[in-house]
Write a protein that binds this ligand. Structure first.
Ligand SMILES: [Zn+2]
Length: 350
């Protein structure tokens, strides 16, 4: 198996969610955090308690619980997969949507889209194609689909390499946005199907899902759907991982949580739960790429917390020197299974 570590954090991402830069749906950080904290108080009311693990279906127990971001979570005693204590009610989900809307996260200005295309999606596509080439897989004529195409950035890059391509997006505004980026607009579909059914009802040689699986709460059904695919089917996916950022977000529970916020990300993969997922799905892993933004989170949180206290000169000293080590520090985390995310290229066993 080919293991790759690290990816340079693009400069436009550095301290992206700092006190000064923070702007979300027109809200400054303080206002945003207040809304989030008010919402967290409501969690539990009219919500059912989770009884079984999202991933392995084993019974969750009291001793599996832990606190994070003022909420309770389980780490399953069987597979260690991390998941919220409660199944969030429709009311909670709707209130959350009003604060954090996917359309708004991804409706970026064209300049930012261009940076994302070049610094985020292009390297991912290059890695994916390079692994296929190394494996001597002729991909030109393979059929491919992307689940959760978002605003179509990766899909527009895939369009240049694959003739038989389809994308599926669940959010109507993002679907419309994706349409504009494609040469052939019939390549994007608005889907209302859950991920497991979408996989079961389609037949492609390659399935791509970049940061999608964590938004689905029946991973055991996803495993079943993958298992029913023909041998040799390729899966290229990424998921967030319980890593260094998660601990930062546990410690700084009142600060902005980018990764394990407990709301958008109600579940997190661990190294063990990811292995469990691959094994039960009968996926043979070709390659993995571990890289995160944990060091950037650390840099941001540290600077935000000394901003109003340290003198300007001390603040500048730490800002300059911490910024310098972000990428080298991240490399250490990536190599030691502490990165906040992982990209996987795997194939259904023959
Ligand atoms: Zn489990």
């Amino acid at each position: 198996m080919d293991k790759k570590f690290s990816k340079e954090i693009p400069s436009f991402m550095l301290r992206k969610f700092s006190n000064k830069n923070f702007l979300f749906n027109g809200m400054k950080k303080k206002q945003f955090l207040k809304k989030i904290s008010n919402l967290k108080v409501k969690i539990g009311k009219n919500c059912n308690k989770r009884k079984f693990c999202i991933l392995c279906k084993k019974k969750l127990e009291k001793k599996d619980k832990f606190f994070h971001q003022s909420l309770r979570f389980f780490s399953c005693n069987n597979c260690t997969h991390v998941q919220s204590e409660f199944i969030y009610s429709k009311e909670i989900v709707q209130s959350l949507k009003k604060i954090i809307d996917y359309d708004k996260i991804y409706s970026l200005d064209p300049n930012q889209n261009l940076s994302k295309l070049k610094d985020i999606y292009k390297p991912k596509l290059d890695w994916f194609l390079q692994v296929l080439k190394q494996r001597k897989i002729k991909f030109d004529n393979l059929s491919i689909c992307e689940i959760g195409s978002g605003n179509g950035l990766l899909l527009s890059l895939l369009e240049k390499k694959f003739k038989k391509l389809q994308g599926y997006e669940f959010n109507e505004n993002l679907f419309l946005d994706a349409k504009k980026k494609l040469k052939d607009q019939s390549r994007i579909n608005l889907s209302k199907l859950p991920i497991d059914e979408l996989i079961s009802n389609t037949s492609y040689d390659i399935y791509v899902a970049i940061f999608v699986f964590e938004h689905f709460f029946r991973i055991y059904d996803l495993i079943k759907a993958i298992n029913e695919k023909k041998p040799g089917t390729i899966f290229f996916f990424s998921v967030p991982m319980l890593g260094f950022s998660s601990i930062l977000e546990t410690i700084f529970k009142d600060d902005f949580a980018r990764n394990f916020d407990g709301l958008i990300h109600q579940q997190m993969f661990t190294n063990k739960s990811l292995q469990y997922f691959l094994k039960k799905s009968n996926l043979n892993i070709f390659a993995q790429w571990s890289f995160g933004q944990d060091a950037n989170d650390m840099y941001r949180i540290m600077m935000d917390n000394i901003e109003d206290n340290y003198t300007d000169e001390l603040y500048k000293f730490f800002d300059t020197n911490l910024k310098t080590i972000v990428n080298s520090f991240q490399k250490i985390l990536d190599k030691n299974s502490l990165a906040d995310s992982i990209h996987i290229l795997a194939q259904k066993k023959k």
